[in-house]
Design a protein around this ligand. Structure first.
Ligand SMILES: [Zn+2]
Length: 156
């Protein structure tokens, strides 16, 4: 029967039904071509795999950088809120001092100004710069005024 060679494409007279090539040379040539094509496909595949791996590595690197930046931002937010709290505390302290000051002024006006001013002159709790670690000056004066009224302290 007449068949078409799968390697060179020429028609040939086949002795068997499953013959594909006109000669052993064409059979070998076709096998080699197939091997060559297979090797090329594998080469392209390997290159593609390498490219995929590079992209994956870059993604990992970017994610690591993002995490690092995120942690830095978190640190800044913590730092900012710490400073804000400190600031709020200072404002509160200053307001408390101002309140104490006005309370003392009220006591001086309401009570014997002379006595109170003498206490103030002797113990300068009034000074805002000294009062950070001291107790509320109002209560100190109140105690001393009360002590004075009870006769524990002598008028100077
Ligand atoms: Zn052939």
């Amino acid at each position: 029967m007449t068949k078409k060679c799968q390697s060179c494409g020429k028609a040939f007279e086949a002795s068997r039904n499953d013959a594909k090539y006109c000669s052993d040379t064409c059979k070998t040539k076709h096998y080699q071509q197939r091997q060559k094509k297979k090797a090329e496909v594998e080469k392209v595949q390997a290159r593609q795999d390498q490219r995929d791996q590079n992209i994956k590595n870059q993604v990992v690197k970017i994610e690591q950088e993002n995490a690092s930046i995120k942690s830095q931002i978190t640190w800044s937010e913590n730092e900012i809120s710490r400073l804000e709290n400190e600031n709020r505390k200072l404002v509160f302290e200053i307001k408390a001092q101002e309140k104490s000051r006005s309370q003392i002024d009220r006591i001086i006006r309401a009570d014997d100004g002379h006595i109170c001013r003498n206490f103030l002159d002797k113990k300068p709790y009034y000074d805002i710069s000294l009062s950070r670690s001291l107790p509320d000056p109002y209560f100190l004066y109140k105690k001393e005024i009360d002590d004075f009224k009870r006769g524990k302290t002598k008028r100077t």
